[in-house]
Design a protein around this ligand. Structure first.
Ligand code: SAM
Length: 224
């Protein structure tokens, strides 16, 4: 349950410097980079760890609701930073405990994010539980708000019904357009997402299917 979690009142109240000390300029008292990549429901953090060296100058944030899992990822990142001190590796990833279905615009400025990942989200199979799914019309409008024009929503799941649900909602949303299979094939993040997450590796071991769909954040229509 998340009823006793603290949420930032605005993105400016986030203490990013504690989470990414390697990207904090002490003299100027400001961050030298901002979070541009978010892994929603990051689980054990495998995706971030593979993305980290691919985007060394961009900050990557995992959001995870389970306390112990978040703690595990935190410890994992601390260990990786220690082992890679000589190259300053893994300074660009961090994890935050929270309910990603709540107050996303309190964490990020409008247009701040370049990529959002939804990897193997909980399927919530029962009809009456569908409103608990992480992709809904209301939440998509929030994701569109924090994503920049041309930003990408990545989705992957082994549950076909959930895949069809996510595709249906994203395609119906005016701010998103599905990207082609050709686009997916040339995008390195799709390949990483397909193989890097712990849940995805479990699906591979069990010889399950993986369904991928990616969407581009469209330009905001001009206000007239
Ligand atoms: N993305 C990871 C992977 O592919 O290995 C984890 C997948 S796991 C099936 C789903 C994860 O989403 C769980 O770790 C769960 O705790 C987390 N989660 C579910 N609802 C969430 C929410 N509202 N906010 C943040 N995390 C959530």
């Amino acid at each position: 349950s998340d009823h006793c979690l603290d949420y930032p009142t605005s993105p400016d109240s986030m203490e990013w410097k504690n989470m990414y000390p390697g990207f904090y300029d002490k003299e100027r008292d400001e961050m030298t980079s901002q979070v541009e990549i978010a892994d929603i429901g990051c689980g054990y953090g495998g995706l971030m760890i593979k993305l980290a060296p691919e985007f060394p100058q961009q900050l990557i944030l995992g959001m995870e609701i389970r306390v112990q899992v978040t703690q595990y990822v935190e410890d994992r990142i601390i260990a990786l930073r220690e082992q890679n001190q000589h190259t300053n590796g893994y300074q660009n990833i961090s994890v935050l405990r929270g309910n990603a279905m709540k107050f996303i615009p309190n964490f990020f400025h409008k247009g701040q994010l370049q990529k959002m990942f939804f990897c193997f989200p909980d399927p919530h199979f029962k009809q009456r539980k569908h409103k608990a799914r992480i992709i809904t019309n209301t939440l998509l409008s929030e994701y569109a708000y924090v994503l920049r024009e041309g930003g990408i929503v990545y989705t992957i799941t082994d549950v076909e019904d959930l895949h069809l649900w996510m595709v249906k909602h994203l395609e119906a949303h005016p701010m998103f357009e599905r990207l082609s299979k050709e686009w997916e094939q040339q995008d390195k993040c799709v390949e990483i997402m397909y193989n890097a997450t712990e849940e995805g590796q479990k699906v591979t071991r069990n010889k399950g299917s993986k369904f991928v769909a990616c969407f581009k954040r469209l330009p905001t229509p001009e206000d007239t």
